[in-house]
Structures are given as C-alpha cells and as structure tokens.
Design a protein around this ligand. Sequence first.
Ligand SMILES: [Zn+2]
Length: 429
Amino acid sequence: MTELLHNPKIKPEHLARKAIVYLRQSSDKQVRQNKESQLLQYAMAERVRALGWQEVEIINNDLGSSAGLAAAQREGFERVLSSVALGEVGIVGSREVSRLSRTDKDWCRLLEVCQIFGTLIADEQQVYDLNNLDDQLVLGIKGTLSVVELKVIRQRMLAGQEAKARRGELFKRLPIGYARDPVGKIMFHPDRRVCEAIQLVFAKFRELWSVRQTFQWFRDHDLELPVNPIQGTRLIWKLPSQSLIRDILRNPFYAGAYVWGRRPVTTLLVGGRLEKRQSAMRPAEECRVFIRDHHVGYIDWATYEENQRMIRRNSVNWEGDESMAAIRAGQGLLVGLLRCGHCGRKLHVRYWGGRGTHARYLCKGDYDDGGQYCIGLRRQLGRPVRRTRTIKGDRAIGGGSQSAGSRRTECRRHRSTCRPVPQARAIGV
Ligand SMILES: [Zn+2]
C-alpha cells in the first residue's frame, strides 16, 4: 500500500476525480461458476482505494457479455467511455486490462479518450499513464495481443469443429429416432415406438403429399410424436406442430446423409452495426459437408429427393410451375386450377361485386409487357356460367344461361381451351 501511494504517476488532479472499476465475464456460465475470478475482479476496487481514491464506482453491468461484442451492445463499457469523456474519471481499473475490450476499435477508442482527458488505467500490477510513451506502447501491445489471442482461439476452435464435421462426427444433438450404440455408431432408436412414429410421418406424407395435410392427420387422430425437449435428454411425446413435421421431412439425416453447414452464418452491416445472421436453409448437396450413406436411414435418398420436390412444389413462393402451388384464400372454386388454352399461362382470379364474392378468371397474356389481355371468364358463386368470352377479339367462347346438359357439351367443346391442370390439387399446402 505504501509503495503504491508513492506511485509518481498518480497526481492530485487524478485523485480529485472518481475511480471506475470495470468488471466483466464473458458468459453467464462463467458468471455462475467462476466465482473466484469475480472475487479477484472485485478486489480491484480495494486496490484502487489503496492507491488513494475515495470515490470508487464499480461497473458490473457487463457480467455475462462477451468482450468480442461491440461496445454499443455492452452497456457497462459504454458507460466507462462516456464517464471518461466527461472528464469525471481519474483512473479506470480492471483486472487484466485486456478485459476492457477485445475488439481493436473499442480498445483504441478507450485509449484515445483516456489520453485526451488524462485518465489513468490500472490493472492488478501497474498504473499506466497514456501520456507516457512507454505506457502507451505497453498498453498498445497488450491490447493487440489480447485481440490476436481471441482470434487465434476462435480460429483453432472453428478448425477443430470443421475437421470433426468433415469426418461426419460433429453433432449438436442426434435427430429424434436415432441413438448411438456403445461404440458410438449411429443406429435407430432402441424404442420401437419412436422408430414407428418417425416412419409414420414419412408414410403419411407419401400418402397425402402435403406437409400441412400430414400435420393435420396427426392432429385429427390425436397421435403424438417424440420430440427433443429444450432442456434435458429424455424424449417427450406431444402433438406435433407443423414445423416439426416439416423439419422431419426436410432433414436429410433421415435419408442416411450427414450434412453440416446447412444454414451458414453471414455477417452483415445493418444500420452501421455488424450483425450475424443465419442464411436460408441450403439444399443438402450444397452444404459444406455432405456425406451420403453415412448411417442407416428411414428412407432412401431417391425418396428424400422426391419428397423435397413435392414440398417445393407446394410452396406458394416456388418459382417453378405456379399452377402447382397451394391454393390461397378466396371464394373462387377454381383458383389455381385453370390454365389458358391459348398461351398456357395460369389464369388469374379477380373478385368483384359488393361482397367480393364474384370471381372472374382471366389470362393476363402479355399485358404486363405492354401487350393485351388474352381471355377472361367469370362466374358468380353458386350460379351457372353466364358469359365467357375472349377479351382479345370478338370470338365468344360461351353463351348466355344454359341448361346443365348444354353446359356439359360446352365444357367438352372447350376442354382444349380452358382445362383444369391435371396435377393440381384442390386442398392443402
Ligand atoms: Zn392466355
């Protein structure tokens, strides 16, 4: 204590201002388990008092937030910076100064602000004055080293992870329906009920050809599926959600393939800040690691591919044949089922009338490209076709009110003009 009190770097103008002790532990787990480190960090406050400061503020808001995060996301660090910039702080203390920041930008900012406002920096051994060239150099090296250290650790970790994934051995958690045998080989779950439940999902999808309908079937029959609980390792049984059914059907693991990196994380600049975002799910073959016939599958690869094709076709946003897409809301009975016999485009539907119950089907032709509409026909809900005729030209393809018999004849006659698309289904996604 005596030795420290005589530290020549500490001047009365420093002591006249307050001291800040900054505490940080990077994860909640560390905060819970590594109490010793926390106590040592709190002991820093005692050291600062021993150096002669009366007023010591402890900033511990960042316990549990990583130093790799930008300062804006670490409230405590931001407070340190603003207090120093207000000229209120004589010394900033932290056990291992590298704890203050592990990003170059924040570290340089802190050093710059401390230099301008004559604020000292202290760790458990030294007091640094930023206006002293040697101290500046030492702090600069310490900061750079800690940034490099963090990057090396991260790189080493990622390389290890990737090597393990390339061998097909990296799993966060095995998908439901799989387990490991005593030597670590992947096999079907020993509980036959679990296996049968997974098989049933695939069998029902092959029968109904729709994720939504498969989900609905399980709901209607009150059938539960095994799921991995968020916490714990025991499977629990519950009524499936649609996303669970979709996840099972889309997971290539059930077709015996090992896939890693299906949703790679990309870093984007959003509003001046770097944000990590998971990108959309990639097809299995385009992932960073794809090993076919990695383990025993519930379905074979050809079946998996066929299932994926059908799921894609059912999607409203699919950019392929739009007539295969799901039928959306609206009162028209033939929405999504009609195709123009002249140009092959899918007929659009427009609703009109006071309550919007009158559907009018039309082919936009090349209207969007500056051309003309192709054909249009309309039908009132619950009433026979009154009039159908081409918009382009004067060739009428329908008459006034007709008997059922003559409508059937007309239907046959015009089957080649407006035909329902054979593969289209009337219900469900
Ligand atoms: Zn047309």
